[in-house]
Design a protein around this ligand. Sequence first.
Ligand code: 5GP
Length: 200
Amino acid sequence: MIDKKSEGLITVLSGPSGAGKGTVLKRVLEIKNDLKLSISATTRKPRNGEKNGVNYFFKTNEEFEKMINQNELVEWVEYCGNYYGTPMKYLLDLIYNGIDVILELEVNGALKIKKSNPECILIFITPPSFNELKKRIKGRGTESNDVIKKRLSESKEEFKQVNSYDYLVVNDNLNKAVSDVISIINAEKLKTERNNKFEF
Ligand code: 5GP
């Protein structure tokens, strides 16, 4: 049995596509280099510049379904026509070794992790308004009109779950959003029940 003080903290970032989660996450990882990223598996095709084993483990449908059947995923979902899931072994190895992990998940996956792991912290990142979200997702130019539509309607659904999150960070200003996320993680690590820096 591992006690809570020596276990790594799990932080989950969610938010609508276009909220800037990816950019916030990248900056947080650059600044907090004791934090490790959990790399998800997906059947989505790689975007320009994305690398297997860095951004995602890119899988075929058959490979992904095999991972599901062999219980290799902590959670998985179907999102906008593709599978996404969190590989179990990597995540558990890290937290049992006291390493803090950050995950970027859509809402259903985040809520599943919270259910099986109530100590984890959920942070919802949002742009300041729905119009701003539309502008950002269109401006990114990486998705077809159909996919943009799907993602925008998915975003509205995701917003409905915002009250299940522990923290809400508005990404109006990137530096502020990054420092908010880091402050949340640092404060959570100082909570009495988690603080392993002091012994009587
Ligand atoms: P994208 O295709 O834009 O990289 O990701 C689409 C959505 O899937 C994002 O909201 C992202 O956070 C989420 N996502 C990425 N990996 C996982 C995962 O392993 N599990 C779940 N539930 N969602 C994921």
